[in-house]
Ligand binder design. Structure first.
Ligand SMILES: [Zn+2]
Length: 216
């Protein structure tokens, strides 16, 4: 089974893909992780990507798709995959069709995690982790039992990701709306699209996704 998880950054795609990987033995293809791995491995596409990034430029759709192509070539054709953060543009969506055909695969489901932008901002901007053990907390939803002290390890240092600020989140949302949302109707027209409420509890979102994958 080959599926795409769509949704803006912070919608929980990575978390859900990780669960599907664990529950179903599928492979999560996260373009961010794969790009870093390809650069490190020095593969042909990785070298191209490195040259572009060293020049301070954005990696092109062709390079991102090339990395997906390279990776699929290393997997058994029966190995199911979850595309996480890809395709991000109409050009990538077209390239993906060609790549899947080349590898004898086809798409089974495109699942969009729907979010409420304002709630998503609260969710992302409020999160922080223990600086020592990495336990996650949240300004609104999950406080340490004793203020300023980690429940798990007792540390008093916490950290936030620099990207977890409102401006960055809103910029990424706008980019998602402008570049990625336009590809959704294409998948809907092909009968592949399902929508899941991405604002629910993580377990509820997983259950909704599993129900879609299990429905025949
Ligand atoms: Zn801790």
């Amino acid at each position: 089974m080959n599926i795409i998880l769509l949704g803006p950054p912070g919608a929980g795609k990575g978390t859900q893909a990780g669960r599907l990987e664990a529950d179903r033995g599928m492979v999560q293809l996260s373009t961010g992780d794969m790009l870093r791995a390809a650069v490190k491995s020095g593969s042909p596409v990785g070298l191209k990507a490195k040259a572009v990034m060293d020049a301070g430029e954005l990696v092109s759709d062709e390079i991102v798709s090339g990395i997906i192509d390279e990776k699929l070539g290393t997997l058994a054709s029966r190995q199911g995959v979850i595309f996480d953060g890809y395709p991000r543009t109409a050009a990538q969506a077209e390239q993906l069709d060609a790549i899947l055909t080349k590898h004898g695969r086809s798409l089974d489901h495109v699942i969009e995690l729907e979010v409420n932008e304002d709630k998503l901002v609260v969710r992302i901007v409020g999160r922080y982790t223990c600086g020592q053990c990495g336990t996650g907390y949240h300004d609104s939803f999950k406080h340490p039992k004793v203020a300023g002290v980690c429940d798990v390890c007792g540390a008093t240092e916490f950290k936030r990701r620099p990207d977890d600020n409102e401006e960055t989140v809103r910029t990424r949302m706008a980019e998602y709306r402008a570049k990625t949302e336009p590809i959704i109707p294409i998948y809907a027209a092909r009968g592949l699209l399902a929508r899941v409420d991405g604002m629910g509890e993580i377990d509820a979102v997983t259950a909704a996704i599993e129900a879609i994958l299990d429905a025949v």
